[in-house]
Design a protein around this ligand. Sequence first.
Ligand code: ZN
Length: 211
Amino acid sequence: MYIGHFAIAYVLIRLFPGIPPLVPLIGVGFPDILWPVLIFLGIEKAEINPDSPLQKYVRFTSYPYSHSLVISFIISCFGGLLLAYAIYPIAGAVFVIASSSHWFLDIIVHLKDVPVLGFRPDKKVGLGMWNRPKMAFAIEYIFYTLVVAFFMPANYVLPLIILGTFGHLINANSFLGFTKTNPFKSSKQYAMLALIGFIVFSLIANYVLGG
Ligand SMILES: [Zn+2]
């Protein structure tokens, strides 16, 4: 999931207006910012399907640190502690809440590959909405736009919807399969797009929100 995560950041920005918007914006994407780093280091593993760009064919074979409920939460607490020290305690707490929200949204779309504990004996979960890619594409977009429309002040609604539309369209091939083969040649290339995508989206949204 991509733009859907940012909807949660917007809710947190409204609930905690005193906190720099970048804290929840980076927080909601933290697992997907950590994941590419661990893929580059060879600590976590994924395989793309060269014959299809569809998200459902990406095999997330091992990502216990970035994407488990328990270990990812513990890692996010270290980030939270740093922010609590650097800014103030509630900023650290908001970062941890934002990062934890990632798992709950990811399990809606991912196939049964999302770890709960991150260590043995583990269980993997996922409701698999990516198996119905057109529906998943529509629902993620509707969720994002509804949250923006209901939670954000009127002057931010249009720029955030434009930003979300742009971000979602960049991701469209992985839902709608415009290309016959996968434009990504390796999991590292795919991970690089995730890293850039989450950081750039966060920075632009932060700019729009005057952070
Ligand atoms: Zn994720």
